[in-house]
Design a protein around this ligand. Structure first.
Ligand code: HEC
Ligand code: HEC
Length: 329
């Protein structure tokens, strides 16, 4: 049987066919619409990821408030002044990041990362409790310490609170856990901004601060001269991350400023006063919770008793003593 044009006996089956097709298409459309609202792959979402008491959602707000994307990229989106941060948490880990973010313009040393690991909350997040295990678990931290530890950074010194750092860590933990479908494909250029600048400007280029360039031949006599303890103390205060919480003048950061502290009368939280002599300052460093300065909470300052050697504590005390005249910057 053939259906010629205008043959009315063929009209009914044709219509029926068209309706059946329409029905099938509608069913497929509804099925796919519903399917697109279900999670098709096992994707991580920000509200599921927490760091301590903070969620990645909260961290995203901080990330936006400081306009990190104005200088950094996430999964390739953003600006290219600073490095991509997508995998930063996985590579460098929470202790390195917690040491870097408030580092007042410096790249963390091993000591600064070790200091972070004294905190039990940090040990829980990092999944390790020694610096050796940490550097093994987070090779990016070992690499950063070896390449840049103690050097200056071209990242601006942003005034983060401890809470904001916790939230940022939650967000970066999320970006590291995100399924990026294999992105980035392969790292072709190893190194950081300064390496890239050196590549662009030639090997003779000196990066910001000049601290990263290999030290010019130091005369051996100079190396043999014993260093002024106050200068040594200043370097230790930077390396151990003290300056993230203490200013060299009277300014209050997380802890009290050190300017004019030495020899002054310090009011303590129990209502008594004490003279800030060598013994008091030493105790403040190795037993930070023994005496609490009025207006501060105990447990904020890390315990340095196992991190600093006796002569290092002495050097820091000399440095603090040298800030006697630094009431104002
Ligand atoms: C004005 C630009 C700028 C802004 C804003 C900025 N950064 Fe950076 N950041 C940089 C630069 C440049 C570097 C590379 C520093 C260096 O190599 O010394 C850097 C480095 C870093 C690193 C270390 C990267 C590495 O190589 O391991 C982290 C982590 C980081 N930034 C996080 C942040 C976060 C989080 C924010 C927002 C809260 C932020 N940055 C905002 C410019 C910026
Ligand atoms: C996470 C922040 C933090 C870090 C890091 C930190 N401190 Fe503190 N520090 C505090 C706080 C908060 C106080 C006030 C509470 C108290 O008395 O313990 C304080 C108190 C002190 C005091 C007594 C100050 C005064 O006015 O009487 C000294 C001295 C001191 N710290 C030295 C250091 C040294 C040295 C380091 C590094 C080796 C360091 N702190 C690292 C937060 C910190």
């Amino acid at each position: 049987m053939s259906c010629g044009a205008g043959d009315s006996s063929c009209e009914i089956p044709r219509r029926r066919g068209a309706f059946v097709m329409l029905g099938v298409m509608t069913a497929i459309f509804i099925f796919l619409s519903v399917f697109s609202f279900t999670r098709s792959r096992n994707q991580t979402v920000p509200s599921q990821i927490t760091y301590g008491a903070y969620t990645a959602d909260q961290g995203k707000h901080i990330f936006q408030a400081y306009n990190c994307m104005g200088c950094h990229t996430l999964v390739g989106n953003g600006a290219y002044l600073g490095p991509d941060l997508t995998e930063e948490y996985r590579l460098a880990g929470p202790a390195w990041l917690a040491a870097f973010l408030p580092s007042a313009g410096g790249w963390p040393t091993e000591a600064a990362v070790r200091t972070q690991l004294v905190n039990p909350g940090m040990q829980a997040e990092a999944g390790v409790d020694t610096i050796e295990a940490y550097l093994k678990k987070y090779p990016g931290a070992a690499d950063r310490i070896a390449r840049r530890g103690g050097g200056t950074t071209s990242m601006p010194n942003l005034p983060f609170t401890q809470e904001e750092i916790g939230k940022l860590l939650a967000y970066l933990k999320y970006t590291s856990a995100m399924n990026t479908e294999g992105w980035p494909a392969k790292i072709l250029v190893k190194g950081d901004l300064n390496d890239r600048l050196r590549m662009a400007h030639g090997a003779g280029f000196t990066p910001t601060g000049g601290q990263v360039a290999p030290a010019a031949a130091v005369p051996t006599e100079a190396a043999a001269t014993p260093e002024d303890p106050a200068v040594h103390g200043e370097r230790l205060a930077r390396d151990y991350g003290c300056i993230a919480c203490h200013a060299s003048d009277k300014q209050k950061l997380v802890g009290p400023g050190w300017g004019g502290l030495y020899g002054s009368q310090v009011k303590l939280s129990d209502g008594t006063s004490v003279t800030a002599d060598d013994a008091y300052i030493t105790e403040s460093i190795v037993k930070p919770n023994a005496q609490i300065v009025d207006g501060y909470t105990p447990g904020v300052m890390p315990d340095y008793s196992t991190l600093l050697k006796e002569d290092e504590v002495k050097a820091i005390v000399s440095y603090i003593a040298s800030l006697r005249g630094q009431e104002k910057q």
